[in-house]
Design a protein around this ligand. Structure first.
Ligand code: CO
Length: 285
């Protein structure tokens, strides 16, 4: 189990280092997403979710659509969030690439992540991770995004307990040796909250109840291989909007709408997956 997490992490580390060099004005976002997902497979894992490419005030859950023509532009704050799994054992990492003048925002997210990882040891509360992240954010003059969190993993489940809040909380749990989780501070000069936009490109299967419509059954049989992991609409051979919406309304699929900062202020993000060992946390991504 740990070996699979570790191998998924090593693969992501390599892909992250490669992809950073591609993030330049003029590069197509779709090209970058397909590169990340393709490289994960080439190196021997599977994507644990679609490559997220969220720009500026969009914090999470953005991924290009099938014929997406958008390119990165001068001034963009680009967050790349990627996941890989081997036999369901996941690693998850994210990095922010600044094509503008957001140096401090990026540095803040990276510092918060680094300091949070430094304090981890068996016996402390996950709340102390959040407390550290919030403290660093305030020191830089920013806020963490309060309603986005890090998370643990279960086989084929990208978001499982423990929830790693980006602030001090009464809901912390005790950290134990052997735990594997992702820490992901999101930092902003805005309100520190995100809300959903109408746009959705990412879904997952949440119920196996039978559906009658042939086209709906076709979609479900196509995404069966992802089990409970999120998939992109562009991964479908025939992504029919009407059918997908119907499956969401019937509670068969879960939609992950784009999450955007409510004051429309830019958001940075840094993320690593760690394994808790006797003497501290070891980064596997
Ligand atoms: Co994550």
């Amino acid at each position: 189990m740990i070996e699979n997490h570790e191998r998924a992490g090593e693969i992501l580390k390599e892909v992250r280092e490669e992809v950073v060099k591609m993030i330049k004005p003029g590069t197509r976002m779709l090209e970058v997403a397909e590169f990340v997902e393709g490289r994960i497979i080439e190196l021997g894992a599977q994507p644990a979710f679609p490559c997220n490419i969220s720009l500026n005030e969009d914090a999470a859950h953005c991924t290009p659509s099938k014929n997406d023509q958008r390119v990165f532009r001068e001034g963009d704050l680009v967050k790349i969030d990627m996941g890989a799994h081997i036999e369901g054992y996941i690693a998850d990492t994210a990095i922010t690439v600044d094509l503008g003048d957001h140096v401090e925002l990026v540095e803040c997210a990276e510092t918060a992540l680094e300091k949070a990882i430094e304090i981890i040891e068996p016996g402390i509360s996950t709340s102390e991770i959040g407390e550290t992240i919030e403290k660093i954010a305030r020191e830089f003059g920013f806020k963490p995004v309060y309603n986005l969190t890090g998370h643990g993993f279960m086989p084929y489940l990208a978001h499982a307990p423990p929830t790693i809040y980006n602030y001090r909380t009464e809901r912390g749990v005790k950290i134990e040796e052997g735990m594997v989780f992702a820490i992901e501070p999101f930092i902003t000069g805005g309100a520190g909250r995100v809300s959903e936009r109408s746009e959705t490109e990412i879904y997952s299967v949440i119920s196996s109840k039978p559906v009658r419509m042939k086209m709906a059954r076709e979609i479900l049989s196509e995404v069966e291989k992802y089990r409970t992991l999120p998939f992109a609409k562009r991964w479908l051979s025939n992504p029919r909007e009407i059918i997908i919406s119907k499956l969401v309304r019937e509670g068969v699929l879960r939609a992950y709408p784009v999450l955007t900062e409510i004051k429309k202020e830019p958001v940075s993000q840094a993320e690593h997956t760690v394994i808790v060992e006797e003497d501290g946390a070891r980064i596997i991504t």
